[in-house]
Design a protein around this ligand. Sequence first.
Ligand SMILES: C[S@@+](CC[C@H](N)C(=O)[O-])C[C@H]1O[C@@H](n2cnc3c(N)ncnc32)[C@H](O)[C@@H]1O
Length: 201
Amino acid sequence: MSTKQNSNQSPYDDIYVKRGARPTKEHIQEILALAGNVSGRVLDVGCGEGIILQHFSDAVGMDISVKALLLAKKNVDKELVHSSATHLPFKEHSFDLLVLSEVIQYLNDSDVDKMLKDAKRVLKPSGRAIIAAPNKNCLLRPIFWIFNPFARAIVKQYGKDTLKQKLREHFEVEKIYLRPHPPWLPKFELLERRMYALVRK
Ligand SMILES: C[S@@+](CC[C@H](N)C(=O)[O-])C[C@H]1O[C@@H](n2cnc3c(N)ncnc32)[C@H](O)[C@@H]1O
């Protein structure tokens, strides 16, 4: 694991020590479907335990939490970088695909802009990015808040319209849609917890 930025202990370390953060099978499938047949280098920003990273052959994982990266090291044989999403320590045009799965909600407004600007910089001209985040308008939010420490750590919530607006400031938004979570719930905006976007430079 390389540490390209010296930072203090992350607030997420504690959550990883106590509980971890494993994406569901349905979430991974959704990300992989959006990624399609990606032939090139992938950067997973906020890779957590590296579970999504496992599914890409040429990929780098990055996270602000050292504890997350130590777990990822056990799960994947990939390059892992310790850094903040606001400063991606890579040269411009380094990646074909960026995965930002369940990360944007932990950044404040100015950091989101820094992250998206830097994401654009490290993407190749034909590059794409997948952004996943919880839907602010989901009525089940309080339930996640009670049971999931990552839900309690959220800094800023987005609905479909506000996320689209934010992404449009930096990218061309190809698609953005909601999915229920748990997956057996009906497809009805107020019950759909998951939000996915695919963007291009
Ligand atoms: C809910 S977990 C999601 C993990 C994984 N991407 C997934 O979808 O399963 C959020 C992750 O974002 C990371 N994170 C939060 N803020 C970050 C930042 N500024 N830079 C990099 N990673 C960050 C946390 O350490 C944590 O691993």
